[in-house]
Design a protein around this ligand. Structure first.
Ligand code: ADP
Ligand code: MG
Length: 280
C-alpha cells in the first residue's frame, strides 16, 4: 500500500515547476492527514491518503462515485475509525475520539444524506449538536445555545422556519438546515459532503453565496466565521471550482491529484478518471 510514502509523494501529481508540494497547504496547518487508510473487508476505501488544510483554506474534494470521499470525511469526523494513519487537528490527534469530542475541538460537518430529527422544530434541530457539555451551567448554557442556533438559522437563510417541524422542509431547506447545525457549533473546520446534491440552480446559487459568505469571515449574529477552513465535496464543479482555492482528487481510495482548480481540470489523469466521464 505504499505506507512509507511522504505526504507530497502520496498526492501523486506535481504542480507546475516551482510550486509547493501538491498536497501541502501553504503556511500553518489546521488539519494534517498522513497515510490514512480504511478497509471494508477486502476493499481499501481510503488508501494511504495524505494532505493538509490550512486555516481559512477552502479545499475542494472531487472524484468519481465510490472513490472514498465520504469515507475519508467520516474518518475525520470520528464516524469511522481508520486502520492506519494519523489525523491531526491543530496538533491534536483525532483518532479514536468520539464524534462529539471532535465537534468540541472545532470540526463540524454535514453528511451526504440529510438526517434531521424529523418531528423536532428546526430550532431544536440546530440546538442539539451544540449540546455536548462544555463545562457551563445548564440554564444559561441552553439560552446561549438558542441564540447561537437562531444566528445560524439566519445565516443559512431559514430563520422563518425556526418553529416548523423538520418533516415540513424541502430538500433544499434540509440542506441549509444541515449547514446551520454544523456552523452553530462554531467550527474552525467545516466539512460539507455534497452540499449541492439534489439542489436546483436557484437553491445552488443561494447555497454558493452562503458558503462564500462563511468563508469571507466577518460576523453573522454572534457567530464568528473568521478563520473557518473548509473541505467541500461535490460533483457540481461549476460551483465548487469558484469556491475552492485548492482541489484534491480521489480515485479508488487514493489521492491522484492536488492543485488549483485550473491545474486540476487540465490534468490528464483527472480527466481520464473523472472529468471525461462526467462530460465536464
Ligand atoms: P464516495 O463518497 O467517493 O462516493 P464512499 O466513501 O462512499 O465513496 O465509498 C468508497 C467505497 O467504500 C465504495 O466502494 C463503497 O461501496 C465502500 N463503502 C463505503 N462505506 C462502506 C461501509 N460502511 N461498508 C462497506 N463498504 C463501504
Ligand atoms: Mg460520497
Amino acid at each position: 500500500m505504499g505506507g512509507g510514502r511522504t505526504a507530497a509523494a502520496g498526492t501523486g501529481v506535481a504542480g507546475p515547476a516551482g510550486r509547493p508540494a501538491a498536497g501541502a497547504a501553504a503556511g500553518p496547518v489546521l488539519l494534517e492527514i498522513r497515510n490514512l487508510s480504511k478497509r471494508f473487508g477486502g476493499l481499501v476505501a481510503v488508501n494511504d491518503v495524505s494532505f493538509d488544510v490550512g486555516p481559512s483554506e477552502v479545499v475542494g474534494l472531487i472524484g468519481p462515485n465510490g472513490a472514498g470521499k465520504s469515507t475519508l470525511v467520516k474518518l475525520i469526523m470520528g464516524i469511522l475509525r481508520p486502520d492506519q494513519g494519523s489525523i491531526l487537528f491543530k496538533g491534536t490527534d483525532l483518532r479514536g475520539r468520539a464524534p462529539w469530542d471532535i465537534v468540541n475541538l472545532g470540526v463540524a460537518g454535514t453528511f451526504q444524506n440529510t438526517r434531521p430529527f424529523r418531528r423536532l422544530p428546526i430550532i431544536a434541530n440546530v440546538m442539539v449538536p451544540c449540546l455536548a457539555p462544555r463545562g457551563r451551567k445548564r440554564g444559561e448554557w441552553v439560552k446561549r445555545i438558542e441564540v447561537k442556533a437562531r444566528d445560524a438559522l439566519e445565516f443559512a437563510g431559514i430563520s422563518d422556519l425556526a418553529l416548523e417541524p423538520a418533516y415540513q422542509l424541502s430538500h433544499g431547506e434540509l440542506k441549509r438546515l444541515e449547514i446551520a447545525r454544523a456552523i452553530a457549533t462554531e467550527p474552525e473546520l467545516l466539512i460539507l459532503d455534497e452540499p449541492f446534491g439534489g439542489l436546483n440552480p436557484t437553491e445552488s446559487d443561494l447555497l454558493a453565496k452562503s458558503i462564500k459568505r462563511l468563508h469571507k469571515g466577518g460576523r453573522f449574529g454572534r457567530l464568528h466565521s473568521e478563520g473557518m477552513g473548509m473541505i467541500i465535496i461535490d460533483h457540481k464543479l461549476s460551483y465548487l471550482l469558484q469556491i475552492a482555492s485548492r482541489v484534491l482528487v480521489m480515485n479508488f481510495g487514493q489521492l491522484i491529484a492536488s492543485g488549483t482548480p485550473d491545474e486540476v481540470v487540465t490534468n490528464p489523469q483527472v480527466i481520464e478518471a473523472y472529468l471525461g466521464k462526467e462530460g465536464a
